[in-house]
Write a protein that binds this ligand. Sequence first.
Ligand code: CU
Length: 270
Amino acid sequence: MKKFWALFFIFWPIVALYVCLIAPSRNWWFPSAPMSTVGRQIDGLFYLILIIVTVTFVGTQVGLGYALWKGATKKPGDKAVFSHGSHKLEIMWTIVPSFVLVFISLTQLEVLANIRVLSRFPDEARKDPVAEVTARQFEWRIRYPKPGTHLATEPQQGDLYFVNELHVPVSQPVMVHLRTQDVQHAFFAPKLRVKQDAVPGLVIPIWFEIEKAGEYELVCAELCGWGHYKMKARIIAESEESYLKYLSALETDQNEDGVADEALSASAAE
Ligand SMILES: [Cu+2]
């Protein structure tokens, strides 16, 4: 029976490893390759930590399995070894993890700074934010600056508005100002690996560079109320040309007062 339990507990870590190994082929992994420049750095960190954790996990589980098996196969006459512990081992398993943790924190500093520290943002993104994204229960409100002007902190006459769809030029770093109108939300674009909380009272700059034109999901990653699940939007990355075209169409749309149309249809009816 002892052998059964030893094998039972050795079996589960093996199952865990097997599941991790087949996960990517079963689509139980990242939603796609990282589609932004920062995303690749973040994935790099993830894999680095994954390797360290895997080596640690396998090492400790092999040790545990060995101890279990040795205990289970002990003969009735075998005496247990009484030990006060080992100073050498204690020192080793204190120092090694400390070094690993210091190594991880130093390695991630660079990536963290690239994402969070405004002065490290690419210049072209920083000097001209493309839009302000305001989260609210339960949608994303987008405000673009009036074409030809820069984004101001407060809404200006001529600014352009849209809901749940953010257009940005592809293959260039863009900065967005994130805020929230009510509770805490989180701007999360899984494929871009961009995730930032929107905190009441704060305007938080975020930046990303999308490498391939297309449509990217934007969701809320902070449980913000009953409608949290439907806080879905799209980020459209497109060529500079179609981006500008989109903005000018939005401007025409927004300035459309209906009077000209009415006058036209009235004259047609006469
Ligand atoms: Cu939300």
